[in-house]
Structures are given as structure tokens and as C-alpha cells.
Design a protein around this ligand. Structure first.
Ligand code: NI
Length: 182
């Protein structure tokens, strides 16, 4: 099932998401739908709040970034915990399916250590770095109620203010199904 993607301005994107009950079986089907929705929108990551569910889950598939030397990271992350972020900060231009047409440089640390469950409720602890870490950090922020635009300077924020206002009114031209904030 393909879900509509919630646009910037919806309060769910600013809310800290809640943990999923361990062992919940319905999560497998939900994960399938998350992947379907992400592929339809041609994203490399999608978090549950972006489809209207304030729960701690996100999916990634970095296959479209292969040309940039990133090999595929196709995974579902359930109830993840960021254990550590380390290394130098580096700049990378980020975008978001909930904020179509807006891209901006964001600084984040290079390396992360993350604990999470997969869709079979198996627990993992893994280290990710570079662009893979970047995608995960961006999605992890979503379940903490944070958006990449929160990191921008007040100058840059002022520059995109009009665009954000348009998006929140549904004045945006995207090739996927969206939900306009009330
Ligand atoms: Ni995003």
C-alpha cells in the first residue's frame, strides 16, 4: 500500500515518536508499505511520521546513491537508539520528501553507532559512516521530531521561508501522493 507523504507544516513532523511494542507482527506489512511509498517517491529514506504514524521506525535504500560510491543499504530500523556519533563534521546537501524542492547543506558527524531491531525483531548494533550514516541521521531525526531545516542559519531560513509556506499550503509540484497540512 502506498501512503500519502505528509508535507512540511504538519505537527506530526515536529513530534517525538513513540516506541513500538516489541514483537508486534503487524509491523512487517507496515514496513513493506513504507518501502513501496519510498520507491514511488524516489527517496532513499522514509520515516513513519512522514506517513502519519508517530512511531519509531524508518526505512532506507541507498541504491540510487550507488554512482556516488555508496553501496546499497536496504534496511528497516525499528526502535533505533543512537548510541554514539563521532568523527569530524562534514557538509552534505540534504533534501526531504516532506519538503519537496528544498535542499540545503547540513553539517553532521561522520560516524554513528546505532542499536535497532529489524522487521523480524532481531536486535542489531552496527557502525555506519559517510553517506550511509548521513541517511540514517536524517531519518533518525524524523522520529525525534527534527527536520534538516532546523539546522539552517537564520539567514538561510529566511531565504527559504516563502518556499516552506507554499509547501505547507500544498503549493508544490511533486510526482507522488502527498497530504497537505490542515
Ligand atoms: Ni526527510
Amino acid at each position: 500500500m502506498i501512503f500519502p507523504i505528509v508535507l512540511y507544516g504538519d505537527p506530526i513532523l515536529k513530534k517525538k515518536a513513540t516506541a513500538i511494542e516489541k514483537g508486534n507482527d503487524a509491523i512487517k506489512e507496515f514496513v513493506e508499505s513504507m518501502f513501496e511509498t519510498m520507491y514511488e517517491a524516489q527517496g532513499v529514506g522514509l520515516a513513519a511520521p512522514q506517513v502519519g504514524h508517530s512511531i519509531r521506525l524508518f526505512v532506507t535504500d541507498t541504491a540510487p546513491m550507488e554512482e556516488e560510491g555508496v553501496n546499497g543499504l536496504k534496511k528497516a530500523f525499528i526502535n533505533p537508539t543512537m548510541l554514539e556519533e563521532s568523527g569530524e563534521e562534514w557538509t552534505f546537501e540534504e533534501g526531504c520528501l516532506s519538503i519537496p524542492g528544498v535542499r540545503a547543506d547540513v553539517n553532521r558527524k561522520t560516524k554513528i553507532r546505532l542499536k535497532y531491531f529489524d522487521e523480524n525483531w532481531e536486535e542489531h548494533e552496527e557502525i555506519f559512516d559517510g553517506k550511509k550514516a548521513r541517511v540514517i541521521q536524517h531519518e533518525y531525526d524524523h522520529i525525534e521530531g527534527k527536520l534538516f531545516t532546523d539546522y539552517l542559519s537564520s539567514f538561510k531560513k529566511r531565504l527559504i521561508k516563502g518556499k516552506l509556506a507554499d509547501i505547507s499550503k500544498g503549493k508544490t509540484d511533486v510526482g507522488y501522493c502527498v497530504k497537505v497540512p490542515k
